[in-house]
Write a protein that binds this ligand. Structure first.
Ligand SMILES: N[C@@H](CCOP(=O)(O)O)C(=O)O
Length: 491
């Protein structure tokens, strides 16, 4: 009765949420989804009275029905006990005439922490049920990598390998990853971009040779990216949390609709909001905010998804993505769970790099989703102007969401601040007219302008030795993963 998850590309096989978390991705290449999600309706009155932690348990209990309440309470307590610097976990602050939801108060200063402090807990429970071990393969464009490393560091019966695009993440993001300690962690720079790394990782999950090597040690290859449902579900909580805070501050009445502006590349963050909407969150519009890699803006405007374009390296590297994996889940829901349609689109994307959806489907998507993008020059201008007008310092990703949200007509508008400005200190300083070439010095200088000091995990980076120096080709990834399985899990 708990086998409620299925693949976006094939409706035949049903599995539990523990299996879905443990597997990460379906054997047919699809992503795990719960077709009856919209029948799960959450009670807003309850949510508005509860703490963040209580809401996390409440929401997770609905979405992961084979986890017991006690298991979830323990997971949530371990994840959010004392790891976040804000007691609210994700505080909401008014900046100008929009509300900024600060998602970067976790251990690695990015929104990924909200889910990646919790996923290792959920994974451990799932592993115990399956009597297995897991090797987590993670592709990152900057933020997921460090958050996943920190979350899975020395977690029993797990190992983690992170692939970041060499020279395509910020200096601080790079240092965060290559200084990672732990007996079960491995970090590689790859010669390529995020899309190359993520596509290869997806291939490796299903690679028969690797699966055989892993099976020898009762190890399963799985994911810490938002393709894993266990990564996505914890992100739903902060959408409700923002709503709760607006109700409790008297800005809205229970039941009023609000809008969200979400800077996103892989479409996971905004999809979490959409899941909230399906479960009863009153939403007017979701604004999908992009940088110069505006494949999503083009899709939401024309219905044509086309990744055949130049990959642009920007000052918002975490969003430098042209294959937005989680769009697949949106297509599944808006097409009324038409797995054949989704498979057709994904096959076309793999073969030609593009696909087009029918006009009626586009219309349906546009009734809830709007979009916009700005480039680096505009992003810096937004950071500078926002600082002058409001005294707030935004990181480049948050600045993109802020600008798209500010330009929209809907109010109240909640815009997601996805990373600490300290992770991008040089570019942020530059945007407010201060030059500093050294990343550590830049963080120090930024303290003169920001409200808060450099987060502890970033301030200590200069003193940590570089432990991971390997830069490999995309073709080497398979062999390196195979070697690491042998090294880590061989008794
Ligand atoms: N923006 C990510 C890229 C991967 O996205 P995810 O949400 O699927 O993990 C990053 O910063 O690494």
């Amino acid at each position: 009765m708990h086998e409620v998850y299925e693949s976006t590309r094939n409706r035949d096989r049903k599995i539990t949420s523990k299996q879905a978390i443990f597997e990460g991705i379906s054997p047919d290449g699809g992503l795990y989804v719960w077709p009856e999600l919209a029948q799960v309706q959450l009670d807003l009155t309850t949510i508005c009275k509860q703490s963040y932690q209580e809401n996390a348990v409440y929401i997770l209990h609905h979405l992961l029905p084979d986890f017991t309440k006690e298991e979830l309470e323990q997971c949530v307590a371990n994840a959010y006990g004392n790891t976040f610097s804000s007691p609210d976990i994700t505080p909401l602050r008014k900046v100008g005439d929009v509300y900024v939801l600060e998602l970067f108060h976790g251990p690695t200063s990015a929104f990924k922490d909200v889910a990646l402090t919790l996923l290792p807990q959920l994974m451990s429970v799932a592993l115990r049920s399956a009597h297995q071990k897991a090797l987590i393969l993670t592709a990152t464009s900057g933020d997921t990598g460090k958050a996943a490393l920190a979350g899975f560091q020395d977690v029993k019966d797990t190992g983690i390998v992170v692939f970041y695009p060499d020279h395509k993440v910020s200096q601080v993001q790079y240092r965060q990853m290559v200084t990672q300690r732990g007996k079960n962690v491995k970090v590689y720079g790859v010669k390529g971009n995020f899309d190359d790394a993520q596509s290869k990782v997806k291939e490796l999950f299903l690679d028969p040779d690797l699966r055989e090597v892993a099976a020898k040690y009762h190890v399963r290859l799985t994911s810490a990216n938002s393709i894993n449902i266990g990564r996505l579900v914890p992100q739903i909580v902060y959408y409700f949390e923002a709503y709760k805070q607006l109700v409790n501050q008297g800005v809205i009445q229970l039941g009023d609709k609000i809008s969200y502006s979400v800077p996103t590349g892989n479409f996971g963050d905004v999809l979490a909001g959409y899941y909230g909407y399906l479960m009863g969150l009153p939403v007017e519009k979701f604004y999908v905010a992009s940088n110069a890699n505006h494949v999503l803006t083009d899709f939401l405007t024309t219905g044509i998804y086309d990744r055949n374009r130049e990959f642009i390296q920007t000052i918002s590297p975490s969003m430098d993505i042209l294959i937005s994996s989680n769009l697949e889940r949106l297509l599944y829901y808006v097409s009324n769970c038409d797995a054949d349609f989704v498979k057709g689109c994904m096959d076309e994307l793999a073969q030609t790099g593009k696909y087009q959806i029918p006009a009626d489907l586009l219309k349906k998507i546009q009734s809830l989703f709007d979009c916009g993008y700005i480039d680096d020059v505009q992003t810096k201008a937004v950071i500078g102007k926002t600082y002058q007008e409001t005294n707030e310092i935004l990181d480049p990703h948050s600045a993109i969401g802020y600008e798209i949200g500010k330009a929209a007509k809907e109010r109240p508008m909640v815009t997601l601040a996805t990373a600490s400005p300290y992770k991008f200190a040089q570019d942020v300083l530059d945007a407010i007219g201060v030059k500093e070439a050294d990343p550590m010095q830049a963080m120090k200088k930024l303290e003169d302008y920001a409200h808060e000091k450099t987060p502890k995990g970033l301030a200590e980076l200069n003193d940590l030795p570089i432990l991971h120096k390997d830069v490999i080709s995309i073709d080497d990834m398979k062999q390196d993963v195979a070697n690491y399985i042998e090294e880590l899990f061989h008794d």
